[in-house]
Design a protein. Sequence first.
Length: 529
Amino acid sequence: MFLAVTGFAQIKTSIPHLTKINGIEQLVVNDKPFLSLGGETGNSSTSTAEYMRPHWAKLKAMHLNTVVAPVYWELMEPTEGKFDFALVDSMLFNARKQEMKLVLLWFGTWKNSMSCYAPAWVKKDVARFERATTQDGKRHEILSAFSQATLTADIKAFTALMAHLKQLDQKQQTVIMIQVENEIGMLGDAREYTDNANKAFAEEIPATLSTYMQKNRNTVMSELKKVWDDAGGKSSGSWQQIFGTGTDADEIFQAWYYARFAGQVAAAGKKMYNLPMYVNAALNHRNAKPGVYPSAGPLPHLMDIWKAAAPDIDILSPDFYNPRFKYYNDLYVRAGNPLFIPEIHFDSSVGAKAMFAVGHYHAMGFSPFSIESLSPGAEPLAQAYKLLEQLWPTMQNATANGKIMEGFLLDKANPVDSIQIGKYKVKVSHEHTLSWSSGAKDSTWPVVGSLIIQLSDDEFYIAGSGSVFTFTTNSPSAVTGILQSDEGYFRNGIWHVTRRMNGDQTHQGRHVRIESDEWSIQKVKLYEY
């Protein structure tokens, strides 16, 4: 909004957007960098205002500042052309009441591959809204990516939603980001086999993709580069001439048209209200074949295809229901793609993973699934969010001033990590590596997470759980000592000390330690002797 008042300076408040600060992509809300400490509701939880009514205050008590919640096409447009925004308005009202933000999930044409949230008038009109078919001719409850009628109807509904949000929320900025569709992917086969799909598959690849491939020949992701090179590295031709005759070509083809569909929906929505938009992926962590896993979604090996076909999609995001957290995050932060984790299975490790994702990847958000089914209290997620909430201004200062911040994720299989910060080598160990710790002899160790933020050459904040920080210097003639370690907390941005930890807690100055059943922040000063 732009407000001009005679005699006063003009004041401009930007809408939520992405920007780079010292090379790190960040989400900006109300003109300040924003870290989304979120939770995603169950898929049906926001289908009535009544169901969610008792949960809003509970979510606030869990230190969430963001609720990630669906908007259902079938409930928003039960009759073609007639829109009902009552559920959206209820979410806006309740989120504002708790001083929380919203990330809205557009459950439009696809949700977990299927088209289960499309309106009845779409589902029942098979002639107008074509279904995807597999090679054996079987029709699935998956709306075809090649149906212009479906695209037009989805865009009409989505733009109505975005126009409504602009009218009701541009000033308050309750809604900070939009997910376009949900876990898009083809099931049954790697691609569709409708007449329109088969015709497109026989044609040359689109000129836009050909130009992208040639321009980025040396920088495309290694997975795509291998498929392309194995097929001869041609710059033009049909899908099979460019990407081979196997399922790789089928999936790449389908990914292009899924991305093109989602990208057009996003572009139309942004013309109404230009909020950041992302798509999420159901990961193939079991090495299944395309079509057994949801084929052609925004998966790591298809990131170039999605980026080329859908430039209006700002982020490609992973949904986590597998233990390979570092592995997939490493893949998703390639080529400048920022990390936003909109959905992750809730278990005892999510607090540690949140600390690591923010500390190591500078993730702009984290969101365990079915958050309203949990109870507030001492669960790890609430404890981690409580620390991150306090530390966020300090993290921003570090980012703006070029100081180092790093996160660590440790378990029994990976008990030690390290980082160089200035003249200090920082060794980070699982607390159970200490032989006298209470769980050292246990057969399994909890997943623990922590982070370190550099304040100056010799001063740091350390936060998290279950971690031991040991410091050594580069100089062979000097020993690094802990001058002081203070445990404390931030209130209204001011640091308060609760304990000086220079005795048993630091093993008489040998290391900084946070036990596995504790979550805390310590401010550490080092010296040399």
